[in-house]
Write a protein that binds this ligand. Sequence first.
Ligand SMILES: C[S@@+](CC[C@H](N)C(=O)[O-])C[C@H]1O[C@@H](n2cnc3c(N)ncnc32)[C@H](O)[C@@H]1O
Length: 241
Amino acid sequence: MQSQNNIYDTSFVQNLFDEMAGTYGITNLISSFGFARRWRRQCVEQIDFHKSCAVVDLMSGMGELCPNISSRIDSDSHIIALDISPVMCKAARRYEKGKLRCPLRVIQANALCSNLAADSCDVVVSAFGLKTFSDIQLKQLASEVLRILKPGGKFSFVEISVPQSPWLRAPFMFYLKTLIPLIGWLLKGNPDNYRLLGVYTEAFGNCETALSSFQCAGLEAEIRSYFFGCATGLVGQKPNL
Ligand SMILES: C[S@@+](CC[C@H](N)C(=O)[O-])C[C@H]1O[C@@H](n2cnc3c(N)ncnc32)[C@H](O)[C@@H]1O
């Protein structure tokens, strides 16, 4: 088992998802009982997309959020999907071939220091990519979101979270620490990797720390709670000065 600090090293996280890419999609779908899909949809529904929108999907994985985004934007808009894992990016490129109603570009890059131009995005969205960031990295992410959004640009993040209710928390932690690794193993993944996702989620807790990082960076942000806090979200905008 890695020490708590090492698990936030960018290269460690990249390797983790490179290794998990083969089983992530199916394990995520089955182990979340379909909730992952619902939370992605709810994450995107927080945004009122206008015409000709430049949308960035951060920590985009295999492009799971792209169909949701595409269903809500026009053909003059475009999506940039950005992820650090080359294996996840390779899988996301299946959507580049005209499967969406607007163009998609997949970029392999670190979301904490990407080459995306300042003030270039109308919308930033992201599903399940916050938990693998330490508190310091969440501050870097907030600065980066502030940098790349146009003034008035909107964002919506969602992440699996530890529910506040003790009634829900106990079964949720059992599910996180025992059931997900078991399902990952049954689907031929490495159970240690899936166990680690539980470690990240427990340390992450919910979007409260990310909320204060985003607000300190100068973004207007508020929390969303999905299904009794089993997922939380961060929704807001860059002030239109
Ligand atoms: C749990 S997956 C989520 C994938 C997808 N968004 C979804 O809805 O299922 C987290 C993703 O974040 C990516 N990631 C983690 N740290 C990153 C970073 N610093 N920059 C870019 N991507 C990162 C990982 O490679 C992984 O694909």
